[in-house]
Ligand binder design. Structure first.
Ligand SMILES: *Cc1c(COP(=O)(O)O)cnc(C)c1O
Length: 343
């Protein structure tokens, strides 16, 4: 598939590592049926560029190129109070000499704090131009448009980056990742049987799926929901994958049954800790020295662990975990990650 016809900025000057996790796999096997579990590999998208990077870095390479092409001077986006997406968008703006504004949705009432650590601290450090907090369930598109209108009234030009960077253009970032993986599998001579990804605003899951289908990569993708159970999540991912395929002129109907997501690991609520997440974060940190975050990748890895213990993967099956980043929020959840969530 030819991505070169799309304008792209580059924020990572290398291919992110693809590595086996032998000590983690051994610890996991010990708790699986018959003492045997999958052979787990990791794709280190937590090492992508931009302060520190994560999956949003890949999407923003295409979105920011589009913003610059349109002559924008300001990026406008939205997210939760500890949004990785907001942080990375702001870092891209700084890098490009653009201003940046956020609309922050207080999805968990009372969760916004002006003095919070983690991503919120970085919003301040990197000089966000304005930060507007709105209650859960607000119309975010409308709130971002109001910011764009306010800028236009001053003769400026805002560019709205959708939540999570998940539209067709942003999804191209994970088509690029699919191509990067295909090359790595070939170069390293490694055969992966299944990929486990987080599934939230759906650009990562949907973009990767479109990239796999378009490149004829026949590896099933399992999405672990971080905010929705399958009945709500799968249609969203399907729509995203189709939009990406259409943008690429693939002339393809994305099969509905290629979209698989798993629920039950994100509860009690988006971003609110649970004991399985804490176990997953501690387990990877203590066996491999690789940190996960409490809001996304800790719950996604909890899904991989839970599925392994249910015998969902065949023993010895090679399962690739996509590490999508999110590290700054560990600092907003330090006690929980050491001591577990309050009962
Ligand atoms: C945003 C995010 C996700 C979810 O990706 P989507 O493309 O929104 O589905 C997963 N992990 C981390 C660390 C994120 O910041």
């Amino acid at each position: 598939m030819d991505l070169s016809r799309f304008a792209r900025r580059r924020y990572t000057s290398f291919v992110t590592p693809l590595e086996p996790l032998p000590r983690f796999s051994a610890a996991l096997a010990a708790s699986c049926p018959g003492g045997r579990g999958p052979e787990v590999w990791i794709k280190r998208d937590d090492m992508l560029g931009l302060f520190p990077g994560g999956n949003k870095t890949r999407k923003l390479e295409f979105l920011v190129a589009d913003a610059l092409g349109q002559g924008a001077d300001t990026l406008i986006t939205c997210g939760a109070p500890q949004s990785n997406h907001c942080r990375i968008t702001l870092a891209a703006a700084a890098r490009e000499g653009l201003k940046c504004r956020f609309v922050i949705e207080e999805r968990v009432p009372g969760s916004f704090s002006e003095t919070a650590s983690g991503n919120h601290f970085m919003f301040r450090l990197m000089g966000v131009e304005s930060l507007t907090v709105v209650p859960a369930g607000s119309n975010m598109a409308q709130a971002m448009q109001a910011q764009a209108d306010a800028l236009a009234a001053q003769g400026r030009k805002g560019y709205i980056v959708p939540g999570g960077g998940s539209n067709a253009l942003g999804g191209l970032g994970y088509v690029a990742c699919a191509q990067e993986l295909q090359q790595q599998f070939f170069d390293m001579g490694v055969q992966i049987d299944r990929v486990v990804v987080g599934s939230g605003s759906s650009g990562t899951h949907g973009g990767l799926l479109a990239g796999f289908l378009g490149n004829r990569i026949h590896i099933p993708i399992v999405g672990i929901g971080v905010s929705r159970d399958p009945a709500d999540q799968e249609p969203l991912v399907h729509k995203e994958a189709q939009a990406v395929a259409d943008l690429l002129n693939l002339n393809m109907v994305v099969p509905r049954d290629a979209v698989l997501s798993i629920g039950g690991y994100w509860q009690p609520k988006y971003s609110v800790p649970n004991p399985m997440m804490v176990e997953a974060v501690q387990m990877l940190a203590r066996t491999e020295g690789i940190p996960l975050d409490p809001v996304y990748t800790g719950k996604i890895m909890a899904g991989l662990i839970g599925l392994s213990r249910q015998g969902y993967f065949k023993p010895g099956e090679r399962v690739l975990f996509l590490h999508t980043g999110g590290l700054p929020s560990v600092h907003a959840f330090e006690r929980v990650l050491l001591d577990g969530p309050p009962a």
